[in-house]
Design a protein around this ligand. Structure first.
Ligand code: SF4
Ligand code: SF4
Length: 336
């Protein structure tokens, strides 16, 4: 027998052995409760690592002997814009494709998405399913969802402490893996290393990501997920509500005008908030020229003023200000 055939046979035996171990540990998997597959939906914002999270989870599931599929969905790439990605895990070939409308598990990588009328991350989550929310301590579970498990952890806070960046792909994948109750820590860490190495991360940052993923995996509980197929699936597409413009406004339209959708205020996209120091600001207007959302104006004292309803926190203004008059402050949401 050729070496490659022997290796394939050994791999086959390993997969069968792992599948056997999981079947004995999780008798419900594939036997009617989650049959035929476990569906995980990630909701985050551009720049948080949403797509990579679902890839790490899918790879980890594969390493543990499951069939896995992952895919993202997003529009024009914009930092801060809502992004979704999906992972399906099964014991048998997956023929379903596309959007997951009825997830068993939802990972909300930014709690402000819970109030985003278009993102609607809780839509369709099955009864008995689990929702993980990346939120600061004290976050209250949303009302009307008593039939689901809510788990929270401040992933952004820990990512800032360990990585120095608010990128949470590895800890989000680790949280999802732990919540499934199926995926081993070693597989999540191996998948994290593999996926991030493909993104050419430096060794030091890669190791920190693995450290963070391991911490989150250990800290997150693994609830017994017992979903019902009759979950509150919502598939209707609601029309956008917008503020109509008048004829007068149309003929005087300015290229720098803000979008007029009442539901598209981008102020809740921010993880960091730009803050102008009026003592340093000279009113040079460089930030006004560079702000992609026309959120900055000068006040009567010739100082830059930011429209926080629409500022999405891209921090281009901070980078461009020649006087270093703009600083970055993390958005803190305090829960009673
Ligand atoms: S670029 Fe800096 S100094 Fe110039 S207006 Fe903006 S905040 Fe002020
Ligand atoms: S004000 Fe600054 S952070 Fe906000 S959208 Fe404009 S450039 Fe980005």
């Amino acid at each position: 027998m050729a070496n490659s055939q022997i290796n394939s046979f050994i791999l086959y035996l390993k997969i069968r052995a792992k599948a056997y171990i999981y079947k004995t540990r999780h008798p419900s998997f594939g036997c009617g409760v989650w049959s035929p597959m476990l569906k995980i939906r990630f909701h985050g914002r551009g720049g948080q690592g949403v797509k990579t999270s679902s890839r790490i989870l899918g790879r980890a599931a594969f390493l543990d002997g499951f069939v896995a599929q992952d895919s993202p969905i997003y529009g024009a790439e914009r930092r801060g814009a809502p992004v979704i990605s999906f992972t399906r895990i099964s014991k048998t070939p997956i023929t379903e494709r596309g959007f997951i409308f009825d997830p068993d598990i939802v990972i909300v990588m930014d709690e402000t998405l819970l109030n985003d009328w278009l993102a609607r991350p809780l839509d369709g989550v099955k009864k008995g399913g689990a929702v993980f929310v990346n939120a600061q301590p004290g976050f209250p579970p949303p009302e009307g969802h008593d039939d689901k498990f809510f788990i929270t952890y401040d992933l952004t806070g820990r990512a800032l402490e360990i990585l120095g960046k608010p990128i949470i792909s590895s800890p989000s994948a680790a949280a999802a893996a732990k919540i499934t109750g199926l995926i081993t820590k070693s597989s999540v860490l191996e998948a994290t290393a593999d996926e991030l190495a493909e993104l050419d991360l430096k060794d030091e940052l890669l190791e920190k990501n693995i450290q963070l993923a391991a911490e989150v995996y250990d800290a997150i509980p693994s609830p017994v997920i017992n979903t019902e197929e009759s979950g509150s699936i919502t598939r209707e597409i609601s029309p956008l509500d917008y503020e109509p413009v008048t004829y007068e406004e149309v003929i005087h339209l300015d290229i720098a005008n803000l979008g007029n959708s009442a539901l598209r205020r981008t102020g809740n996209w921010r993880i960091f908030k730009p803050v102008v120091d009026p003592e340093k600001c000279t009113g040079c207007m460089v930030c006004i020229i560079y702000c992609p959302d026309s959120c900055i104006t000068l006040n009567e004292n010739n100082k830059a003023v930011i429209d926080y309803d629409n500022c999405k926190g891209c921090m281009i203004c901070l980078r461009e200000c020649p006087l270093r008059a703009i600083s970055s402050v993390r958005e803190v949401r305090v829960y009673a």
